[in-house]
Design a protein around this ligand. Structure first.
Ligand code: 3HC
Length: 307
């Protein structure tokens, strides 16, 4: 069994190129953070060029915003833009020493992605998963070298949230763990090492809060009243806004995984899946400011659920 505490920082590997699998919003957000803080080439990939281009457009847009706010110089903005590239060919990861994925939260999909990546990368490349609640051990089941797999769980919005959960699976070795801790530090985030349990630390608590909020909604309490009722807890965001931020699909998935692991302790909600299929819970103005609830969404939840 691993001794308590982080492994020796001296054994951390140097990272000189990063591969990012998935070009969705979460992956694009941390791709930007990697390039900004590590100043090394970052390659993003996805299933097709359209998705890759969307990810690249997000990253260059955020670089422009940083420049506009005066956080980075014009030279730095140019340097960052030049360091980020996109590809649909995973062979471009061949010389990456850190590959991280944020693809669809389904065990089989993540297992296949990593098994495939292992064909292209060297034996020392660290593999990291941004899974929010799947077992890192199981994600690594098809790997020839599961000792180089680690959980590296970011929070939304990546640029602002200060934490990374570094998830140590039973097979994760000390070099991998040490590299993950050093990488989190280089990204200027706080890192905590967590055990490979459903939801790790943060989502385990969040699944309880959001699950009970959904249970109340499904039992007939209007969403707005649940938000008002929980305001005195001092959460930085109301449950509706937090669900919207993490994404309704991701939120529903997090509740499902916790319910599957601990049916007595966690609530799952069909209504949340129906909301995810509908697409939105909240209405926003052009600047992204929340203006109220989506009317169709309210009809979906007032249909009632199982208390
Ligand atoms: N994306 C990027 N940047 C954002 C952002 C977003 N969605 N929202 C806010 N920001 C940035 C703003 O641009 C601003 O940056 P600046 O200082 O450079 O101008 C900075 O954050 C502060 O923004 P605001 O002034 O609007 O700050 P607020 O006081 O409204 O705080 C918040 C915004 C930090 C998002 C705060 O509401 C908060 O902490 N919310 C809780 C978020 C949370 O709990 N996240 C965890 C979700 S769980 C998860 O992700 C795990 C997954 O596995 C499910």
């Amino acid at each position: 069994k691993r001794p308590a505490g982080a492994p020796d920082p001296k054994i951390a590997r140097r990272i000189s190129k990063v591969g990012v699998i998935g070009a969705g919003l979460m992956a694009s957000q941390f791709a930007l953070l990697f390039v900004r803080r590590l100043q090394v080439p970052v390659v993003i990939t996805d299933l097709d060029q359209a998705r890759v281009d969307k990810g690249l457009a997000y990253i260059t847009g955020e670089i422009d915003t940083l420049r506009g706010k005066g956080r980075i110089s014009g030279d730095e903005a140019n340097r960052l833009r030049a360091l980020v590239t996109g590809t649909t060919n995973r062979a471009d990861f061949a010389d990456a020493d850190w590959v991280i994925e944020a693809v669809f939260e389904e065990l089989g999909v993540k297992q296949e992605v990593f098994a495939d990546i292992e064909k292209y990368v060297g034996p020392e490349t660290i593999l990291a998963t941004n899974t929010s609640s799947l077992s890192v051990e199981r994600i690594g089941e098809k790997l020839a070298h599961p000792e180089r797999l680690v959980g590296f769980h970011f929070f939304n919005p990546v640029a602002v949230m200060p934490l990374i959960e570094v998830v140590s699976a039973p097979a994760t070795d000390d070099v991998t763990l040490s590299t993950a801790m050093a990488t989190a530090k280089a990204l200027r985030k706080n890192a905590v090492i967590t055990r490979d349990t459903p939801g790790f630390v943060v989502n385990r608590v969040l699944a309880k809060v959001l699950g009970e909020a959904m249970r109340a909604v499904d039992s007939g309490t209007p969403f707005a009243d649940v938000d008002t009722a929980l305001a005195p807890l001092g959460l930085p965001m109301a449950p509706s806004a937090l669900l919207d931020l993490v994404g309704l699909k991701v939120g529903a998935h997090v509740l499902d995984t916790h319910h599957a692991a601990f049916p007595e302790r966690f609530y799952r909600s069909d209504n949340l899946h129906a909301l995810a299929d509908h697409g939105s819970l909240l209405e926003k103005d052009k600047s992204g400011k929340i203006t109220g609830f989506d009317k169709t969404a309210l009809k979906i939840v007032s249909g009632g659920g199982t208390p």
